[in-house]
Design a protein around this ligand. Structure first.
Ligand SMILES: *[C@@H]1O[C@H](CO)[C@@H](O)[C@H](O)[C@H]1NC(C)=O
Length: 400
């Protein structure tokens, strides 16, 4: 399944792109009026529990979608649980640090200071509105929250400065896992209506639209966290129909791989068509699989079992004792583990991957790494915005 093509998915995506290009081709030249300026001052974050820094603390949802109770955050970096689905920090905290920015606050945190960006992510959220509907802040709503912030910025800075600020900021997006796990594999009705190819096409189609929406609103520089080998999450390893073999649930990983391949094709197309669009995509799939299979090579003792949880592989999502199953155990040192709970990696994994995205090798990140995205406003504004023809624009890029 992993190697299959997805003609229908591609069709949906291609049509979306074509319609979009028709709609923006008249306003592309407006970006020429931007002035050259200094380095990026803000990050806007969209997605699910991989990047939620506490929005779900403020919504009405089930304990599975929250992480504001012990032992979440127990490694001591934060004085108490913050709502991050980890033993400590998450990838966007490290990225902010490398960019010399303060921690990016959750959108819903009262009195949050938005001047270095905002985090809109929500644990459990998917690309599709149907995924965990009513229990999360879905991607569409996250985008409408961004629109609120954009309006605030315009009021505060004035139209022109706000536009500059928006175009220099980084848009970091990490979403999709929940669409495939709960939204599809855990949802027989969806599987009846859509085959895997159709479903991937629908997720990718909606994700592409979200990127296009942000682009229309002035976003130019994007970072993407690709999907991990979902079948190797302790929760899915425990659900593997061939669990007695102790392996990963490969059907789940195959969906993630199909998504990643389709998405990387979409990004190549967007890069070709959207003037000034720059991105950093990651190969989280292979990167994480390597650590799961060879933990000791990377300073881990255990690549398979969750530090916090119960049942086989700690794959029962019981960490904290507030969910359906109240019994759970906790390992001695979360830092030794790839997996913190049944679904989420430890701070150490977040930290190592943030490093790889920041200035890592092209096997992990491309076509640009984040460091380049954060620092090259001059390149973007002098080359990408001034060169008009898409084919010229393509010359100074390389394919990922
Ligand atoms: C977006 O998802 C909805 C289901 O939530 C689907 O009906 C629609 O076709 C998708 N759009 C695209 C462009 O794939």
């Amino acid at each position: 399944m992993a190697k299959k093509n997805f003609p229908l998915g591609c069709f949906v995506v291609c049509m979306t792109i074509i319609q979009f290009i028709a709609s923006i081709s008249f306003c592309a030249s407006q970006t020429l009026t931007n002035e050259i300026s200094t380095s990026t001052k803000a990050i806007f974050i969209f997605g699910d529990s991989t990047v939620d820094s506490g929005n779900n603390n403020f919504i009405d949802t089930i304990p599975e979608n929250k992480a504001d109770y012990k032992p979440y955050g127990q490694n001591g970096f934060f004085p108490q649980p913050t709502g991050r689905f980890s033993d400590g920090r998450i990838i966007v905290d490290f990225i902010a640090e490398y960019a010399k920015l303060p921690l990016i606050p959750p959108f819903l945190q009262p009195n949050a200071d938005y001047s270095n960006g905002v985090n809109f992510a929500s644990g459990g959220a998917g690309v599709l509105a149907e995924t965990n509907q009513g229990l999360v802040i879905d991607l569409q709503t996250q985008l409408s929250h961004f629109e609120d912030v954009r309006n605030l910025l315009s009021e505060k800075l004035g139209e022109k400065k706000a536009k500059e600020f928006i175009s220099e900021s980084i848009y970091f997006i990490s979403i999709g896992s929940n669409d495939y796990m709960g939204g599809y594999l855990g949802n027989p009705k969806m599987q009846e209506i859509y085959n895997p190819e159709q479903y991937v096409g629908m997720v990718i189609g909606n994700l592409t639209q979200a990127i296009q929406t942000l682009y229309e609103k002035g976003a130019r520089k994007f970072g993407f966290l690709s999907l991990s080998p979902l079948g190797c999450l302790p929760a899915l390893r425990a659900l593997n129909p061939e669990a007695n073999k102790g392996g990963c649930f490969e059907a789940a990983s195959a969906l993630a791989l199909a998504h990643n391949n389709a998405f990387s094709n979409v990004l190549t197309s967007l890069d070709h068509f959207l003037q000034g669009f720059m991105y950093s995509n990651s190969n989280f799939y292979d990167w994480l699989r390597d650590r799961i299979d060879n933990p000791t090579k990377y300073g881990f003792k255990d690549g398979v079992n969750a530090c916090c949880g119960s049942g086989p592989y700690g794959g029962m999502f019981s960490c904290g004792g507030r969910k359906k199953v109240t019994e759970f155990s906790l390992c001695d040192n979360g830092g030794d583990h790839v997996w913190w709970d049944a679904f989420h990696p430890t701070e150490n994994i977040h930290h190592q991957f943030a490093k790889a995205l920041w200035n890592g090798p092209s096997s992990s990140v491309g076509p640009y790494n984040l460091q380049t995205l954060f620092s090259n406003n001059q390149i973007k504004l002098t080359i990408a915005d001034i060169v008009d023809a898409p084919e010229n624009h393509q010359d100074h890029q390389f394919q990922y």
